[in-house]
Write a protein that binds this ligand. Structure first.
Ligand code: 15L
Length: 267
């Protein structure tokens, strides 16, 4: 069955970098795109989209925005390492609110997970998504939490979700690490479209990376979902910056997140 493009698609985190890219692409394909973020949409809104300012930690607001949605693309919350106090409402409470709204509306969730769920694996290791997680930050823990909420809501309530462990989604890779973690924007959008439109996903995890020669990431649910990747960072290999001088950053897949001292400094 083909996906009905008039159905409502909600995008949280719409004012962020990836959110703005997605918003622009989504309106070209879907007729009822609702954008939301805790901050206003910067610049001009993609034509045809509706914007509602809201905090994902506010369950009532999330419920109202998601009413009647077919898919909720959850890119809201904090997207880098921050204090646990900051992560808690934005990424922990927020993701539960999203899945509750999905349950009430029979919606599918596409979750912006991250490579920081596995950041403390060494760069010499090839990973599959069914290997144990190894977070490198409170941020990474919050993304593991989101994946686990997805697993619970599928098993308990039948809510489908696709969790994309995004590597480095950028127009072009900038440094040597990105040659392994890069996700081109066209590959990213193709993944999102498939995650929204494929007949059935159950609970799925994808590596959010292109077909990079230097990848650290192997098996995931791509085949089951019919996802293919067209781009390879290797074409940029002679243009990226070299390694840093920090041995921890260079040893682990999460890079600088592994080297960061705890950001929790009270008082
Ligand atoms: C992420 O999850 C972050 O949101 C992004 O800012 C980058 O740090 C990216 O990972 C990365 O690991 O390159």
């Amino acid at each position: 069955m083909t996906f009905d493009k008039t159905r409502k698609i909600v995008l949280t985190g719409a004012s962020g970098n990836l959110g703005r890219f997605l918003a622009g692409e989504l309106v070209g394909r879907y007729e009822n795109v609702v954008l939301t973020d805790i901050v206003d949409y910067p610049g001009s809104m993609p034509s045809g989209a509706t914007f509602i300012r809201a905090d994902v930690a506010d369950a009532e607001a999330v419920d109202a925005i998601c009413e009647g949605a077919a898919a909720i693309l959850h890119f809201g919350g904090i997207s880098t390492e921050k204090s646990f106090e900051a992560i808690l409402p934005a990424n922990i409470v927020g993701v539960v609110n999203i899945f509750e709204a999905a349950r009430k509306n029979g919606a599918r969730v596409v979750f912006a997970s991250s490579n920081h769920t596995i950041g403390f694996y060494e760069r010499s290791q090839m990973l599959d998504t069914d290997m144990p997680t190894r977070p490198d930050s409170f941020y990474g823990i919050s993304k593991i939490f989101g994946e686990n909420v997805g697993s619970l809501y599928f098993d308990k309530h039948g809510v489908e979700s696709v969790h994309i462990r995004i590597g480095s989604a950028l127009p072009e890779p900038r440094d040597e690490r990105h040659l392994s973690t890069w996700l081109s924007l066209p590959d990213f959008f193709a993944m999102i479209v498939r995650a929204i439109e494929v007949e059935r996903t159950d609970f799925a995890i994808l590596w959010g990376a292109s077909a990079n020669t230097r990848t650290w990431w192997g098996r995931d649910d791509s085949e089951r979902l019919g996802i293919t990747r067209a781009d390879n960072s290797e074409v940029f290999a002679d243009r990226v910056s070299g390694p840093t001088t920090d041995p921890v950053t260079e040893k682990f897949q999460g890079g600088v997140y592994c080297a960061m001292d705890t950001v929790v400094r009270r008082g």
